[in-house]
Design a protein around this ligand. Structure first.
Ligand SMILES: [Mg+2]
Length: 211
């Protein structure tokens, strides 16, 4: 038994898409309102906290004791992905070529993830979703959420492949022995991570790596 863990945002659809820009703008608006900052500084804080803590919500929790659920409700759950994404059949075709069970592993909320998958027409391609709620709002790259997934699946890291666009998310996966593939053009991933430019190239790379 094997499993493939697939990130959601900017892995299953193109980076810089209108969807993620909309979510980012809402997070900035949340910070401006809740922390009381002008837009430019709120936007900088969003980015800095995202880099430092894995999600801006976790950073806001650490710095200002803001409940992450408040951030997700305002900035993520309020967004309708169907307004900002277009269905791309080739992503579903690529997913179906991966023979191992597939799971979404995202720092987004479950409801948002389900709506994105529905909009992309790929909900049926997945055996389950590991969302931010799955690990009590501990996001990637917090090692505990990777370990929790392995114990839920009852698998060793060596049996699991991990796909993500964000170079910062690979270190814990590598440490657990997972096979890692970075999707997209961002680069910056640590040594030992394979790379593909687009998701449609993932099945070939995975099968060459034994998945
Ligand atoms: Mg991503």
């Amino acid at each position: 038994m094997q499993a493939v863990l697939v990130d959601l945002d900017e892995t299953l659809y193109a980076p810089g898409d209108a969807l993620i820009q909309t979510v980012d703008r809402r997070i900035t608006a949340f910070i401006a309102w809740r922390v009381g900052l002008p837009w430019d500084r709120a936007d900088l804080m969003r980015r800095d906290l995202w880099i430092e803590f894995g999600t801006t919500a976790r950073g806001l929790n650490r710095l200002f004791d803001i409940d992450p659920r408040e951030v997700y409700r305002f900035a993520v759950d309020a967004v309708d992905p169907s307004l900002h994404l277009v269905l791309d059949q080739t992503v579903g075709e690529a997913l179906r070529r991966i023979s191992a069970p597939r799971y979404v592993f995202t720092n987004a909320s479950r409801g948002y993830a389900e709506r994105v998958l529905e909009t992309l027409g790929i909900a049926s391609c997945f055996d389950g979703i590991f969302s931010i709620e799955s690990c009590f709002y501990n996001p990637k790259p917090t090692p505990i959420c990777y370990r929790r997934i392995l114990s839920t699946l009852g698998l060793d890291g060596e049996r699991v492949a991990f796909l993500d666009d964000n170079p910062n998310n690979f270190a814990p996966a590598l440490a657990l022995g997972m096979t890692c593939v970075q999707v997209g053009e961002r680069g910056g991933a640590p040594e030992g991570v394979s790379r593909v430019a687009r998701f449609q190239d993932v099945p070939d790379v995975l099968s060459s790596l034994g998945f």
